[in-house]
Design a protein around this ligand. Structure first.
Ligand SMILES: [Zn+2]
Ligand SMILES: [Zn+2]
Ligand SMILES: [Zn+2]
Length: 376
């Protein structure tokens, strides 16, 4: 992947600045008005990206303000790009590809056979989302989704290799989107539906360490509140118990009881405040759409159930070295085990093939929506 210094140099040059590399790990910039305003830098400046700064340079790091400034300069350039990668297929498919397919799919109520393994071209949709997490602290991050447009397979294993391969510019050319053998590009609506279904579990996974950190801080705060209010309450209670002996006279407990009550209410309110403070709102915004045409080895299979059959395929891309998994036709998450529907041989993952809670019959949500056809 390219460095922040390279990305900054390219962006500023595109925006009309004069940019010269200087040592160590810096840039000297003559900036036109648009660049000065976007990045809050003077007309002439020096920027430093490494541990050691060039003389008189301002330090630049991957911080939200700088990234937003670069984005303002790029505007919509490069947000949606189609590129094609020169063929990198060797003459023969990898050995054992057919056997790998057999290990990759379990059909509970159907069989399948491999028809053919042949070179093919597909299009990977690489979607980059900017994540903003707002909680007791603000965190920004990026997350990518990769999907094979030919069979809807989520290609998580392609994300890292693709980002790395995109950093090496050789072999890529701008694609014109033509080519009869390519799958039809997904519509914006389908991309949106797909992302809405498959992105949340991935965001959750990505944020696991962040959430664990927040939970640790919240537990510590709750513990402190508990200790503080317990001590306060015990102290008030001791005073309350001691008072009649000290006074030796009539006891009027109203004030003491009110104090104990106040401590309890205060504790409950403070707990609610703390939980609110650590509640996290996460926003994911689509920043870039890359359509990448790449040659793959395609394993064509036929699924057989009763007297019906359906064709589909697995793709193997040398960049990841992994055979993709097929997606569930209902939730689009990839699975190894499927139940095949009777009507159109849809592939349903275990979660999407659970029986109707009223009649106990399994039905296909792709064919019938969420309502069981027997009970509707
Ligand atoms: Zn499913
Ligand atoms: Zn039912
Ligand atoms: Zn179905």
């Amino acid at each position: 992947m390219r460095s922040l210094r390279e990305v900054t140099a390219e962006t500023l040059t595109l925006a009309g600045a004069i940019v010269e590399p200087i040592a160590p790990e810096g840039l000297e910039v003559m900036a036109p008005t648009e660049v000065r305003q976007a990045l809050s830098i003077p007309e002439w400046s020096r920027l430093g990206f490494g541990t050691d700064l060039p003389a008189g340079a301002r330090r630049v790091a991957l911080e939200p303000d700088w990234v937003s400034g670069l984005q303002r300069l790029i505007q919509d350039r490069g947000r949606s790009v189609r590129m094609s990668l020169r063929s990198e297929l060797s003459g023969k498919p990898p050995r054992d590809l057919e056997r790998s397919v057999a290990q990759q799919i379990v059909l509970e109520n159907a069989t399948f056979r491999v028809r053919e393994v042949a070179p093919a071209k597909t299009r990977y949709l690489l979607l980059s989302f900017r994540l903003a997490v707002v909680s007791d602290e603000k965190i920004e991050d990026f997350i990518q989704l990769c999907v094979n447009e030919s069979n809807s397979a989520i290609a998580d294993s392609m994300v890292e290799p693709l980002l790395k391969r995109l950093g090496e510019t050789n072999g890529w050319s701008l694609a014109d989107g033509s080519g009869a053998e390519l799958p039809a590009p997904w519509s914006a609506r389908r991309v949106e539906e797909y992302s809405t279904k498959v992105l949340p579990p991935r965001i959750k996974l990505r944020l696991t360490p962040v959430v664990a950190g927040m939970e640790r801080r919240m537990d510590r705060d709750l513990q402190r509140l508990h200790t503080y209010h317990s001590e306060l309450w015990n102290h008030a209670r001791r005073q309350f118990n001691a008072r009649p002996e000290r006074k030796g006279g009539q006891r009027d407990p109203t004030a003491e009881l009110a104090k104990l009550d106040w401590i309890e209410r205060e504790y409950v309110a403070k707990i609610a405040d703390t939980r609110l403070k650590y509640a996290a709102a996460v926003e994911a915004r689509l920043e870039q759409v890359l359509r990448l045409e790449i040659e793959v080895w395609r394993v064509y299979i036929t699924i057989l159930r009763r007297k019906m059959s359906r064709s589909t395929h697995f793709d193997f891309c040398g960049l990841s070295g992994a055979l993709e998994r097929l997606p569930c036709d209902s939730c689009w998450n990839c699975s190894k085990t499927f139940v095949v529907c009777d009507e159109q041989l849809h592939l349903l993952c275990p979660a999407c093939s659970s029986p109707c809670p009223s009649c106990g019959k399994t039905f296909c949500q792709v064919c019938h929506g969420t309502l069981c056809p027997k009970c509707a």
